[in-house]
Design a protein around this ligand. Structure first.
Ligand code: FAD
Length: 379
């Protein structure tokens, strides 16, 4: 059994950024990530895909291909200044969401959609070249040696000296690490629902973590890739709103290099989505894009669908009925009992400033690392 000052649970942006900060401070750590890749809710589909044919749903790591966001696309540097500085310091390129031109609106079934004047977001929503995964890739590239994938943390046991962190790999093999402190870099609801604590967490804290909805967990995204952004030639921005569906909100997702793409959020509830195959859902999405932008919308090079509500490493069953609001950040650590001063929540939902946002993952990780006990910070 190894002794480590800090174990980070979760290799999404908050976990990777906490690792980056610990590295800078010279504090030893291990990061345990359940998926076989890192990034968490930050995920991209790559086209062309190195390992698969068109119309697949794989999230892939192919080099030299166009990246399309299946999770977050946007950040707002005007007020998310810490995230913006990080993007700059990692030499990542940004560009504004394409919003030039008219939008389409569908209000009533069996009636043609209406062309309307589009509007621009203020401040502008910014995207990263290479997709949002450019950020997690850049952090991972800094130091991957202490990051372990395919390690699902199942249980934390508190002894008088340390915390035993028990994780399971894909073949069911269990590993135990001994840590002085554990940073919980995943949504509070997942911590409470999927990780066993021995002894149990204080009841009020457990309840608060369970009640904290995971941002975007009920949602699903569809992406259609085209040879070029043909809708722009007709004066459309690619944006659309629909009361008919299956997509409720559609945006241009084209790359700066000129690969055309549209993406949309589903308006169909989780239970209905889960009763239909991905193939059928994609057909309905494509038919909607044809209604909105014409026959050329049928000429997809690739289509991707990511249903986050079906992903047990993001969503719990309680997330099926989200109210669409960002949850208020719960307390990040127990104030009493045996777990006091030895675990800290640092997933994005724990950010008081930007709960649930990409910028929140950076904020929560910063606050969590800054508030580590002095005995660890002095090492
Ligand atoms: C469709 C979608 C669109 C979004 N759009 C935007 C946007 O435009 N702008 C924006 O600011 N935000 C957006 N968000 C939110 C943003 O993605 C998140 O705030 C951010 O990525 C959260 O990072 P995180 O590290 O806190 O959590 P996560 O990314 O959820 O990372 C948690 C990690 O923990 C791992 N894990 C879970 N359980 C265990 C376990 N038991 N053991 C070990 N590891 C475990 C998971 O696999 C995951 O990698 C969007 C999210 C989604 C899903």
């Amino acid at each position: 059994m190894q002794d480590i000052p800090v174990v980070i649970v979760g290799g999404g942006l908050s976990g990777l950024y906490a690792a980056f900060l610990l590295e800078q401070k010279g504090i030893a750590y291990r990061l345990l990530e359940a998926r076989d890749t890192f990034g968490g809710r930050i995920a991209v589909a790559k086209y062309p895909d190195a390992h698969a044919t068109n119309n697949n749903t794989d999230i892939d790591q192919a080099e030299s291909s166009a990246a399309f966001d299946l999770g977050p696309s946007w950040f707002w540097p005007d007020y998310q200044t810490q995230l913006s500085s990080l993007v700059e310091s990692l030499n990542l390129s940004r560009f504004a969401q394409f919003e030039e031109g008219d939008m389409m609106v569908e209000r009533i079934a069996n009636q043609p959609p209406v062309r309307m004047q589009g509007y621009k977001s203020a401040p502008p929503s910014m995207r990263l070249v290479g997709g949002m995964a450019a950020l997690t890739d850049a952090l991972y590239a800094r130091d991957a040696s202490c990051i372990m994938t395919s390690q699902t943390v199942r249980q934390l046991n508190k002894t008088s000296q340390y915390i035993e962190v028990q994780s399971e790999d894909s073949s069911g093999h269990m590993t135990t690490l001994r840590a002085k402190h554990v940073l919980l870099a995943l949504p509070p609801r997942l911590v409470e629902g999927r990780i066993a604590f021995q002894p149990a967490l204080p009841q009020d804290l457990s309840e608060q973590w369970r009640e904290t909805a995971t941002w975007m967990a009920p949602h699903a995204k569809y992406v259609a890739v085209y040879e070029s952004p043909f809708w722009r030639d007709a004066g459309f921005s690619g944006a659309a709103r629909s009361a008919i569906g299956p997509l409720t909100e559609i945006h241009d997702a084209s790359t700066l290099e000129g690969d055309g793409a549209l993406f949309g959020f589903f308006g169909v509830p989780v239970q209905v989505r889960q009763s239909v195959s991905d193939t059928v859902l994609k057909e309905h999405c494509r038919a909607q894009l044809v209604r909105l932008f014409g026959e050329q919308a049928n000429t997809t090079k690739a289509e991707y669908l990511k249903d986050w509500a079906k992903d047990p490493l993001t969503a719990m069953s309680a997330d099926a009925s989200g109210n669409g609001q960002h949850a208020v950040a719960p307390p990040s650590k127990p104030k009493t009992g045996m777990w006091q001063d030895c675990i800290t929540g640092c997933g994005s939902e724990w950010s008081a400033q930007f709960p649930g946002y990409v910028a929140g993952a950076i904020d929560a990780a910063t606050v969590a690392v800054q508030s580590l006990p002095a005995t660890i910070l002095r090492q």
